[in-house]
Design a binder for this molecule. Structure first.
Ligand SMILES: [Zn+2]
Length: 299
């Protein structure tokens, strides 16, 4: 029987080796067993998207700062990914806000100080799920600057946004911003998640962050880092405000019954065609209602 002359040729072996080598070189930093997407932003700054949460990772001289472990299983997986980048331990964990699904797993990082905004405290106190940290080392106020090795990390609070203890992060040198739960790529937030979002605060925060002109915008539940998405989110909240505020002001001048009537009618009347192609555009009435409440009621 005739054998295929290519079967044992040195050329074939060589080309196989090239393919294997190329495959290894082109693989993401993560191993085959992990679903992590690791993006290196600068020498010491990474974004790790893992199990539907995006964490900022800043490697310092003595230790590593991370955001939102989310839960114990993800915290373990995040630790495994960080160990591929540095031998240093995680020494600072910054919690983006008080929502319980973001703040679990801090106990995995035994050497770490936990940072959260002071407004998270009363919400952590009433947790019945066991996810909130049992102790927070630093309850911070409106602006805190941490020096993590060479990297300046600004923790910023502009008021209630998604949750009441919202902390955004800005790395001025690396032109990175980090926020949680304010937007996702090309979609309106699912209406089921709006109950604890203050839309005035979300608008204020997004506008402030676009002023920094970031090159990387991390948002917790999207893998992308595109600052255009941050701008689009700010545009959406500004357009929503502009569609609601004049009519609400007029109704408020007329009295409470007019406000009640507006609440019943305006959500179905507002159309924002710019966002028509977004996923969950049909949830726009709930966003209108939330903006009415945020302006009228402060919540
Ligand atoms: Zn949240």
């Amino acid at each position: 029987m005739k054998t295929n002359p290519l079967h044992k040729s040195p050329m074939k072996k060589f080309s196989t080796a090239v393919v294997v080598l190329l495959t290894l070189l082109l693989s993401p930093l993560s191993s085959a067993a992990s679903n992590a997407k690791v993006t290196q932003i600068s020498d010491n700054v990474y974004a790790i998207f893992l199990d539907y949460y995006h964490s900022l990772v800043v490697v310092g001289d003595q230790g590593v700062l991370i955001t939102d472990p989310a839960n114990p299983a993800r915290a373990e997986a995040l630790q495994t990914e960080i160990a591929k980048l540095t031998d240093l331990p995680v020494t600072q964990v910054v919690l983006s806000h008080e929502h319980y699904d973001h703040v679990g797993g801090t106990e995995v990082f035994k050497d770490a100080d936990i940072y959260a905004h002071q407004a998270t405290r009363p919400v952590f106190r009433i947790d019945t799920t066991g996810q909130a940290p049992t102790s927070v080392d630093q309850y911070v106020q409106d602006k805190t600057t941490l020096e993590v090795g060479q990297t300046q990390v600004d923790l910023l609070h502009y008021g209630a946004a998604d949750g009441v203890g919202t902390l955004a992060i800005h790395l001025p040198e690396e032109k990175v911003v980090f926020t949680a739960d304010l937007y996702e790529t090309n979609q309106l937030t699912d209406q089921r998640w709006l109950a604890d979002s203050n839309f005035l605060g979300s608008r204020k925060l997004l506008n402030a962050l676009t002023e920094f002109k970031p090159e990387f915008a991390i948002t917790t539940h999207s893998a992308e880092l595109d600052p255009e998405q941050l701008q689009l989110a700010a545009d959406f909240y500004n357009d929503l405000y502009a569609a609601v505020e004049p009519a609400l002001s007029k109704a408020m001048a007329e009295g409470f019954p007019a406000v009640m009537a507006l609440m019943a009618t305006l959500p179905e009347q507002v159309k924002l065609d710019k966002y028509k192609s977004f996923q969950n555009y049909d949830h726009l009435p709930a966003h209108v209602e939330r903006m009415i409440f945020s302006i009228f009621h402060g919540g």
